[in-house]
Design a binder for this molecule. Structure first.
Ligand code: BGC
Length: 766
């Protein structure tokens, strides 16, 4: 048999393959095999939409409120829908036929989803069905699907139905139930094309689609303008059907005539044709990989799985300035309703800072544009400055729902939206990290610094002075460990708030020497004077941090040590802790068990504030208390364990994070990708195993590779330069790619060196 789609696919090391047709796994595969380009994300549902499938097409930033408690990402019409029927009602699909063979491949190098299925039917024998689809990375408004159909036993007349599936809706599985967030405004056949415009209900955002179908049989080719049409094929004759799709989701109403634009995009796409579109799409992906691939030798599984994590980060992120953050489940599922958490700044942002700073800036601009809303939140709660919402969508207001159903089906109140305040400092940290690594002073003076100062204003008004202790306190919060609510003096919150207050002062002092006008204008605008800054410094230095004097263990929050001393004794085969006997979600608050990295998170975000010994003591203590019930947790433990060269352990945590979605470790991959875990996984390799960090404004490379890794090769960006690094157990080679006279101070294996541009430097691991 002719192999149609094979010629398009990359080498095996770039393919995630599935060779089994499983209805139980289909929703998980839909998430794993999703396509996207940051403008739109599309779950990898099988074209015929089998029973139980969860179609999902999500346009970045298109949220709707109707019928939901809070704004949620709209599940928009699905454009890849393609139904093929043999006579006698035999639909090509698992419901009406037997599946003889079935394989799918996600080609991560080229951003393709490919499929081969052989069906057998009662009346017409066997059929070969193949498909290939992509959402263009070079033209964000274009997608294409090509389908090959061949009857293997008999001449058959097929009825084909294909347009854009409008029967989709938000399933709202763990929320209010199903909701349709759009209605159809226009649906028409326009010459050779078909056109659809829907509008979201609340904000009336138009989403417009145009499609054209081209059918090729042997040398004959024609445009098929009907949405339902017939094709007669002889035994072993193949029809190749290509559907070109253009779409626009128009958040900004002032744009041009959406219909005209959508049809124009479609015309350009069809004029270019399949091969050209594919070529420019694949070459856009090639560029992305040139800047972000990490080549690991000695661990092919990790290499492929890491690529899977990077692939999903790339398809969920704003490649152009779309005014969006990265949702907790990317753009490929309804989980967390597409909301943006601290995951975006602390977990995902670093990958972009070091591989594609333009995307990093786009992510930060999403927060900067919502500073007024953050000010409003602070004002309404009686605070100063800006206080960012724990969950954010389009408007920038707090969108954390007030309730949820737990695993046992019990309705519970959600308090994070009221109490998880550390997000404001996390966002400030994101601004700082970006500036530190890119030196993008224009952005920083215009936007980034304002966030840091406004966040400092917030913290200064948020703290309470405790006269007896002579310390500043932050009362009544939830820390990253969400098991304990209404806690006082969470170490994570207090320490990152203290960092925020102090760095604000340091930055003003340093930058005003060089940019006096801009800094004074900003301080005037924010009404920050010298007295306020002195106060910030005083508070930052005087915040209460609960630490046991005897053991040196930082107390997760005040009174934590008095909670029941329960420790984790065993883990399952994936290295996920098993809940100690007698502990349930209802009584966990009374114990020392914590949900996820909390104190350990501090060691990662603010590594210079803690000694090696302090980190080590705390790591081993909190390891026995951390349930890793959030997918954010394992990666952070992996990073810190690699710092102590406990590589056996670091690697286990790495695997947990690496495979969170590939192996559906948390059992909810069907609801979308764990975006924070993707970024965390990358950080284990970059910051952890490769030991790349900016410390004291100097680039440090202090590798600790897992024993069986032979070698790691990567490139990254720093202050507009490209740096390539090759690491093995004995040495690290570093090259700065820059114009001739550039130099860079770096510390590798503890040895400081000033390296010149375009020369290879090799450092020996002594
Ligand atoms: C975690 C949070 C995280 C959120 C979204 C929660 O389960 O505890 O830290 O921000 O999921 O990923």
């Amino acid at each position: 048999m002719v192999e149609f789609i094979d010629k398009y696919l990359s080498d095996n090391e770039w393919l995630i393959a599935d060779h089994e047709y499983s209805s139980e796994l289909q929703n998980v595969r839909e998430t794993q095999f999703a396509l996207g380009n940051g403008y739109v994300g599309s779950r990898g549902i099988l074209e015929e939409k089998p029973e139980g499938s969860m179609p999902g097409t999500f346009f970045a930033g298109i949220y709707d409120f109707t019928g939901a408690e809070v704004e949620e990402l709209v599940n928009a019409p699905e454009p890849f829908h393609f139904k093929v029927m043999a006579p006698e009602g035999e639909k090509l699909g698992a419901a009406a036929m037997n599946i003889v063979k079935h394989s799918r491949w996600l080609d991560m190098q080229k951003g393709l989803l490919a499929r081969k299925t052989v069906y057998s039917s009662v009346n017409h024998g066997k059929f070969d069905y193949q498909s290939l689809r992509f959402i263009s990375m070079s033209n964000p408004n274009i997608a294409v699907i090509r389908v090959y159909i061949t009857p293997l036993d008999k001449k058959t007349e097929f009825t084909i139905r294909s347009f854009v599936d409008t029967s989709v809706f938000n399933k709202g599985l763990v929320t209010e139930g199903d909701k349709k967030h759009f209605h159809i405004e226009e649906y028409e056949k326009k010459g050779n094309n078909n056109y659809l415009r829907v509008e979201t209900l609340e904000k009336e955002i138009p989403i417009s689609y145009a499609t054209r179908i081209v059918v090729r049989k042997g040398r004959k080719k024609h445009v098929e303008s009907h949405r339902v049409f017939k094709i007669l094929l002889r035994k072993n004759e193949t029809a190749c059907i290509t559907k070109y799709i253009s779409f626009i989701a128009q958040r900004n109403k002032l744009q041009k005539d959406i219909k005209k634009e959508t049809l124009k995009l479609l015309k350009n796409a069809t004029t270019n044709g399949f091969d050209k579109l594919l070529e420019s799409h694949a070459s856009a992906w090639k560029k992305i990989w040139q800047n972000s691939d990490i080549k690991i030798k000695g661990d092919n599984d990790a290499l492929k799985a890491l690529r899977f994590n990077i692939y999903h980060l790339v398809i969920s992120s704003p490649h152009t300035d779309l005014d969006v953050g990265i949702g907790a489940k990317g753009l490929v599922g309804e989980g967390y309703r597409g909301h943006v958490f601290w995951d975006s700044e602390i977990f995902d942002l670093p990958f972009f800072i070091y591989t594609n700073p333009v995307i990093a800036k786009n992510l930060l601009m999403y927060r900067c544009r919502r500073i007024d809303k953050a000010r409003e939140i602070a004002r309404k709660k009686g605070f100063m400055g800006a206080m960012f919402p724990w969950e954010s969508a389009d408007k920038g207001v707090e969108v954390t729902p007030s309730w949820y159903k737990d695993i046992k089906g019990k309705i519970k109140q959600v308090l994070t939206g009221h109490l998880e305040h550390h997000i404001t400092a996390d966002i400030a940290f994101g601004m700082y990290h970006y500036f530190q690594a890119t030196n993008d002073i224009r952005f920083f003076l215009k936007y980034g610094l304002e966030i840091i100062l406004s966040a400092a204003q917030f913290w200064a008004s948020r703290v309470k002075y405790n006269k007896k202790m002579k310390k500043y306190e932050i009362l009544d919060v939830i820390s990253p460990d969400e098991f304990h609510e209404h806690v006082n003096n969470s170490a994570f919150t207090n320490i990152i708030a203290s960092w925020n207050l102090k760095i604000a002062v340091t930055l003003v002092k340093t930058l005003r020497r060089k940019f006096p006008k801009q800094i004074h204008a900003l301080l005037d605008r924010l009404k920050v004077d010298e007295k306020a800054m002195r106060q910030w410094f005083k508070i930052g230095s005087g915040i209460f941090i609960p630490v046991s004097k005897r053991t040196g263990i930082i107390e997760s929050f005040q009174g934590y040590f008095k909670r029941k001393n329960v420790s984790i004794k065993e883990s399952d085969h994936r290295f996920l802790p098993i809940m100690p006997k007698g502990i349930t979600n209802d009584n966990i608050q009374s114990t020392q068990l914590i949900k996820q990295a909390d104190i350990i998170m501090l060691f990662h975000v603010l590594p210079e504030m803690f000694s090696y010994n302090q980190k080590k003591i705390n790591f081993y203590f909190y390891e026995t208390k951390t349930m890793h019930q959030s997918s954010l947790s394992a990666a952070i433990h992996g990073i810190i364990a690699s710092e102590f060269s406990n590589l056996n352990k670091a690697y286990k945590y790495f695997l947990l994070s690496l495979n969170a979605d590939l192996h559906d470790v948390y059992g909810n991959t069907k609801n979308g990708i764990h975006a924070a875990s993707l970024g965390g996984t990358w950080q284990v390799v970059f910051h952890g195993f490769c030991g790349i960090r900016i410390l004291g404004n100097i680039l440090h490379i202090d590798p600790h590779l897992p024993g069986h890794w032979k070698n790691v090769n990567l490139v990254f960006r720093l202050k507009s330069h490209k740096i390539s690094v090759e690491i093995n157990h004995k040495k690290a080679s570093v090259k700065l790619h820059a114009v001739k006279r550039e130099h860079l101070n770096i510390v590798v294996f503890g040895r400081q060196e000033r390296i010149a541009a375009n020369r290879l430097y090799t450092f020996i691991n002594k």
